[in-house]
Design a protein around this ligand. Structure first.
Ligand code: AMP
Ligand code: FE
Ligand code: FE
Ligand code: ZN
Length: 286
């Protein structure tokens, strides 16, 4: 028997992916995955639909979230696996972030419209599935739908980047606090693409050390935003702190070029994640 194919980071249209949760799980099964995690930004709203589809298509499902955190000016994404979806602390924080995301998109669209970029908040809202977490990709989708641009990428290059004049931030927890909340919810915290090659290195070694104290379990080392140096940096930190390394696609359907299972996680790393979970949420197996 060949090794199981495990991809622990994907998005559905419960946030900024383009496939409904059931379709995402179906795509994962069709791509030959044995285990897939659904990790939408700041929400668990896709979990039940994904769970039903996982049973139908015979694939194991890890229910997770990707929490947007801020650390000074920088954004840090924190994956939370197997959290209790009823945990008040974590769920309260995510609800606050989602509300702030909605008003923040309004402000971004106002700034863009003032500069004659042809987009309205109604057009943006039409791109957000009911109950989903709104994000910048939905502004991009509105511009694609109106024929202004051909792909999300273009909108990010022209208007939506973190250093764009149209950029408006939203409420998000500190990564140390988010780690604590994930642990309190019985879940397992793994930093997503910690060294994504952006303007500034977002995650410092000191921050990782503080997150380890708060209960951090792992680092997503293998990700298309990491080169050899970034993977090596993850390995060094993992050796120092006893962290688990993962690899994942960060699939967003047609919203990004990332393909399912382009990076994968070992069965040993998944076992370590499962062993670290302390709450009622378990990996679902067919
Ligand atoms: P937000 O959560 O609103 O801050 O938006 C960030 C999201 O935008 C990330 O989760 C990415 O999925 C997406 N994103 C960032 N850059 C790009 C890009 N160049 N093309 C498509 N999506 C992107
Ligand atoms: Fe995203
Ligand atoms: Fe991310
Ligand atoms: Zn992601």
């Amino acid at each position: 028997m060949s090794a199981p194919v495990i991809d622990l980071h994907t998005h559905s249209n419960a946030s900024d992916g383009t496939e409904a949760p059931a379709q995402l799980v179906r795509s994962a099964a069709q791509a030959g995955l044995d285990v897939v995690a659904i990790t939408d930004h700041d929400t668990v709203v896709g979990w039940d639909e994904a769970a039903a589809a996982a049973a139908e298509y015979g694939i194991a499902l890890v229910r997770g979230i990707e929490v947007s955190c801020s650390f000074g000016e920088a954004g840090v994404h924190l994956l939370g696996y197997l959290t209790d979806p009823q945990a008040p602390g974590l769920m309260g924080e995510l609800a606050r972030a989602r509300e702030s995301r909605a008003t923040r998109l309004e402000r971004m669209v106002e700034r863009m419209a003032a500069d004659r970029i042809p987009v309205t908040i109604e057009q943006v809202r039409a791109q957000v599935a009911p109950g989903a977490t709104p994000g910048r990709p939905h502004i991009a989708d509105a511009l694609v739908a109106s024929g202004t641009i051909a792909h999300r990428d273009e909108a990010f290059r022209e208007w939506l980047s973190d250093d764009s004049p149209y950029y408006v931030g939203h409420y998000s927890p500190h990564p140390v606090r988010a780690t604590e909340l994930i642990r309190e919810a019985g879940g397992v915290a793994v930093i997503a693409h910690p060294f994504t090659r952006t303007r500034i290195d977002t995650v410092t070694d000191e921050l990782v050390a503080r997150m380890v104290e708060a209960g951090l379990t792992g680092l997503e080392a293998h990700h298309r935003d990491h080169g050899v140096a970034q993977v090596e940096h993850c390995r060094r930190l993992a050796a120092e702190h006893g962290l688990v390394l993962t690899g994942s696609s960060d699939y967003h359907g047609t919203g990004k070029r990332n393909r399912l299972a382009e990076n994968t996680t070992t069965p040993e790393s998944l076992a370590a994640i499962e062993a670290a979970a302390t709450g009622p949420t378990r990996v679902l197996r067919p």
